[in-house]
Design a protein around this ligand. Structure first.
Ligand code: IMP
Length: 176
């Protein structure tokens, strides 16, 4: 298979600097409290791994996995939770960590689902946000970068299961 080098949209240094700032902000906001971080698989695992190491608080990590996109570049319109958290989040400070808020459908579904479980607080951290594509009203409490309507890959984000290993966020051009 031919090796493809995408155009860099956000470099690894820029990502690291933003994550450090977000980690510091979360540490300050939840001073002297414990947080439960919910990593939304698969796309946010790299972001989440870096972010939790910049949060100086007692922390419990959970994972969820949802399906909505399959192998296409547009949403299928519904979200199924394929893997749920294993522990209770009742009366806990919960931070959901998402890779990208695109139409907002995935995160809307997750926020509604977790709200029903009565957490003490429920916040959202997202690596990326595409405002031009948003269909639902979503408040992102901790956002790393707002981007234009381009399909991006790398730093955990994939196209058809590939490119997650890239250390930067790149733009996927047609034909790849
Ligand atoms: P939403 O439900 O439309 O907000 O889509 C969220 C999910 O779609 C993300 O968690 C990603 O997995 C995927 N997604 C949306 N845009 C992109 C992109 O530009 N690159 C890679 N995945 C994307």
């Amino acid at each position: 298979m031919e090796h493809y080098t995408p155009e860099i949209l956000i470099s690894d240094d820029e990502i690291a600097a933003r994550i450090e700032a977000l980690g510091n902000q979360i540490t300050k906001d939840f001073e002297n409290q414990e947080v439960v971080v919910i990593c939304v698989l698969k796309g946010s695992y790299v972001f989440c791994a870096d972010l939790i190491r910049k949060i100086q608080l007692p922390l419990r990590l959970e994972f969820v996995a949802c399906s909505s996109y399959g192998e296409s570049m547009s949403s299928s319109g519904n979200v199924h939770i394929d893997l749920d958290v294993t522990g209770s989040i009742e009366n806990q400070n919960v931070i959901i960590v998402e890779d990208i808020v695109d139409t907002g459908l995935t995160i809307k579904t997750l926020l509604e689902t977790f709200k029903l479980r009565r957490p003490k607080s429920l916040k959202l951290a997202s690596l990326l946000y595409k405002p031009s594509r948003l269909k639902y009203s979503i408040d992102i409490d901790y956002l790393a970068f707002e981007i234009e309507d381009k399909f991006v890959i790398g730093y955990g984000l994939d196209y058809a299961g590939r490119y997650r290993e890239l250390p930067y966020i790149g733009i996927l051009n047609a034909g790849h």
